[in-house]
Design a binder for this molecule. Structure first.
Ligand SMILES: Nc1ncnc2c1ncn2[C@@H]1O[C@H](COP(=O)(O)OP(=O)(O)OP(=O)(O)O)[C@@H](O)[C@H]1O
Ligand SMILES: [Mg+2]
Length: 205
């Protein structure tokens, strides 16, 4: 695959802007980590590449928008996917955008969990607003699970990263997220009780 223009070099992957059938596309390539044992490194990158491609499709079938996966190469650790043109929820909120968006984020996360999809890296950098709709990306740490504990940990991690990035709107925005989450996911009360427990445990450690 021709790589195209580097748009981002993340902690884990390089992202290139390229084309697929004349349409803008993103190539996400997981790069080797020199500090990992090579066999283990290969295994981790392959697992995350496969997992990400699978979950992007699964989430879309569940009704949560994600970039269309055009191809996966689990030797080169590459995913070629649709380019999502828009603004990330992070920049939207940091520039004073309406915190009501967090209700929609909550509904989408509730829909993922209803369909047994744990995202694994919920942050406002991993949600893009396109034409007023939310598109979720970066599922490499996700999994299919039915466990209340896994759902709770997904929320606790999100809350932590949200608090760190959006502390100024946290107190007003987070309840909206929870409202959206509760409105679509019947097991939300159970998950939210577990969230409190996970936080209590974390404090004792
Ligand atoms: N399909 C896409 N369309 C448009 N932009 C994208 C797409 N995929 C990724 N990006 C952009 O590249 C950034 C990094 O992508 P991604 O989160 O998948 O990689 P990452 O290596 O896990 O990065 P990070 O460590 O920052 O989370 C995203 O925050 C987003 O700005
Ligand atoms: Mg990311």
């Amino acid at each position: 695959m021709a790589s195209g223009k580097l748009i981002k070099k993340g902690a884990e992957a390089e992202l290139y802007l390229t084309e697929y059938n004349g349409k803008p596309a993103v190539l996400k390539r997981r790069i080797p980590k020199p500090y990992r044992i090579p066999e283990l490194d290969f295994h981790i990158r392959r697992t995350r590449t496969r997992r990400e491609a699978r979950l992007l499709d699964r989430a879309r079938r569940a009704g949560v928008l994600t970039p269309v996966v055009y191809s996966v190469d689990d030797e080169r650790m590459e995913i070629l996917m649709e380019y999502v043109s828009g603004t990330r929820v992070k920049e939207f909120l940091l520039s004073g955008g309406d915190i009501g968006i967090m209700r929609d984020v909550g509904r989408s996360v509730g829909t993922l969990h209803s369909n047994r999809i744990v995202h694994g890296d919920l942050t406002t950098s991993n949600i893009i607003i396109r034409d007023g709709k939310l598109v979720f990306i970066d599922f490499g740490l996700g999994e299919v699970s039915d466990s209340i504990e896994d759902f709770a940990v997904d929320l606790v991690c999100f809350e932590k990263s949200f608090q760190a990035t959006h502390y100024d709107v946290m107190d007003d925005a987070w309840p909206l997220f929870l409202e959206g989450y509760r409105s679509v996911f019947p097991r939300a009360p159970e998950v939210l009780r577990r969230v409190d427990e996970v936080k209590r445990r974390a404090r004792y450690l």
